[in-house]
Structure formats: C-alpha cells, structure tokens
Design a binder for this molecule. Structure first.
Ligand SMILES: NC(=O)c1ccc[n+]([C@@H]2O[C@H](COP(=O)([O-])OP(=O)(O)OC[C@H]3O[C@@H](n4cnc5c(N)ncnc54)[C@H](O)[C@@H]3O)[C@@H](O)[C@H]2O)c1
Length: 270
C-alpha cells in the first residue's frame, strides 16, 4: 500500500520520501511504482514525461530519521498494533510539532495509535484503498483527540492527490470495511455450504468474487486476497469465528497463499 500512496502523491507533484524497514521491500516498492507508471504510459493514461517526473519525486530512504523533515507522514506498515506503536514512538521523537501523522490502518483504533505520541491531536487515519492509484475513496478517520485542523489538512491533501475524502468516526471497520467484512466472512463460510461462486456471479452478479471456483470438477477454490487483504479479512472479519472448510464439508484447506495473494482451498462437494 505504501508504494501506491507514494505514487499517488508524486503524481500530484508532492516530493515524497519512501521508507521501509526492509531494503528489499524498498527496492521492490520502487520497481513496482516504475512498472505501474510504465503501464499507464503504455495505455496512454500518462505521458512519458509525467511518469518520469513522478518517479523522480519519490526518494527512497533506508534512514528512518529522514522522515523527520516531512509535513505529512502516512504510515503503512504491517497491520500490527505493536509494530505501529514502535513506529509512532519513533516518529514522535523526530517530526516537527506541526507535522501530521497519518495511519493507513484498515482496522486498528486510530485513537490507540495516537496515544503512542505526544501530539494525538495531529494523528489521523487516512485509509486508502487498494490499489491506491486507482481507488478514489480515502476514509479520513478522526481519533478521539484529532483536531479539526488535522482533519481539514488531511482531507485537503486527499483532494490534492485527486481522491475523495470521507470523514468518519474511529469505530471498528470505519465505514467500508464495516460493511464489507461480514460480506467477505459470509462468502468464505459459503464455501463449505454451497457453490457460492455461482451464486455470487450468476445471481448476485458480483463479477469479482471474492470467491472463484475453478477446475473441471469445480473443486478448487481461490479466495482472492490481492485486492482486499485476505489475511486481514480472516483475522478481523466481523463474524464470530473464521470459516471452517473442513467442518463445513471442504476436504482440505491448504492455507497456502501464492505470490499473487490468492489462498488456495481444496473443496470436496457433497
Ligand atoms: N493491502 C491492502 O489491501 C490494504 C488496504 C488498505 C489499507 N491497508 C493497510 O495498509 C497497511 C500496510 O498494508 P500492506 O498490505 O501494504 O502490508 P505489507 O505487509 O504488504 O507491507 C508492509 C510493509 O511494512 C514494512 N514494515 C514492517 N515493519 C516496519 C517498520 N517498523 N518500519 C518500516 N517499515 C516496516 C514491511 O517491510 C512491509 O514492506 C496496513 O495497516 C493495512 O491494514 C492495506
């Protein structure tokens, strides 16, 4: 997500510092941005000059300290409160008092994250959707102590990067995931009960799944996580428990997620 957000900001002519704790991830992120900009240029959506200029505005850095010069920091590290706590504590020590600290969390409490800093009024949720360069919506999440000025500045930034900000409360799932996660959870449960894919596609006309059934015997299911973060869905779906394909009729859940982020589940239909 971080690289997509960096790309969006660079295309809107912001100078961007991109940091990741993993040097490989940083290299991969830059390569991903370059590839995506190239594809857009190939499709005629961007001029070669715009792509080159946007790429040159993203400065990868391996030094966390470099982030101290930024006016706005959008954190997009793993969805783990302990890791975010460490990051916000470190940011708190280096940023200017007027800097905005935004978190791209999908499900954690913005107020809890803000509590790791001495300036909770400057901490706000900025929840971009994946893929960030394509998706228009950004949820602006007001924590219990977020100031009006911080909400306004975060919303203005979202507009300047050509997104549609929607201000919402710091409640579990915010707006979109609150609606979507029960849907994903039920789609996963449906796997063991009936051929949910046909229902999704042919009755519900949900062309993207999230469940796709493949193979001549329609016995191989792919639960797509490349767009929605399947692990997060499984971990935090607003359902009482994760699905139990075995118990519900599936023969085996390999639980193997491939490089495209697709979880392969073997299902035996009655
Ligand atoms: N993937 C999505 O669909 C999606 C959508 C909206 C929001 N989000 C949110 O964005 C955030 C990132 O999600 P993701 O899917 O990009 O995760 P990811 O695991 O793909 O990337 C997280 C990156 O954080 C880096 N990292 C870990 N600890 C770090 C640290 N201490 N300092 C610096 N970098 C560190 C990792 O090296 C990794 O490259 C999460 O909060 C997630 O909930 C994800």
């Amino acid at each position: 997500m971080g690289s997509g957000i960096a790309q969006v900001a660079a295309l809107a002519r912001f100078e961007v510092l991109l940091h990741d704790a993993s040097p490989d991830a940083l290299l991969g992120a830059m390569a991903g941005v370059k590839r995506d900009l190239g594809e857009r240029t190939g499709k005629g959506r961007l001029s070669a000059t715009e792509a080159t200029e946007a790429l040159s505005r993203i400065n990868p850095t391996r030094e966390f300290q470099d982030l101290g010069t930024a006016d706005l920091i959008i954190e997009a590290v793993v969805e783990d409160l302990a890791v975010k706590k460490e990051v916000f504590r470190k940011l708190d020590a280096i940023v200017a008092p007027e800097a905005i600290l935004a978190t791209n969390t999908s499900s954690l409490s913005v107020s809890a994250i803000a509590s790791f800093t001495k300036t909770p009024e400057s901490v706000v949720g900025m929840h971009f959707f994946n893929p960030a360069p394509l998706m228009k919506l950004v949820e602006i999440i007001r924590g219990s102590q977020t100031s009006d000025a911080t909400v306004r500045r975060a919303s203005e930034f979202a507009q300047r990067v050509k997104k549609t900000p929607v201000v919402c409360k710091d409640t579990p799932g915010f707006i979109v995931n609150r609606i979507a996660r029960p849907f994903y959870g039920e789609a996963l449960r449906l796997l063991g009960v009936c051929r949910g894919d046909r229902q999704d596609r042919e009755v519900g006309r949900l062309s993207h799944g999230p469940v796709r059934v493949d193979g001549p015997d329609r016995d191989r299911c792919e639960l797509r996580s490349d767009q929605v973060g399947l692990r997060a869905v499984l971990a935090r779906a607003a359902v009482p428990s994760p699905p139990h394909p075995e118990k519900d009729g599936a023969s085996r859940n390999t639980g193997e997620e491939d490089k495209k982020g697709v979880l392969h589940v073997q299902v035996k239909w009655d």
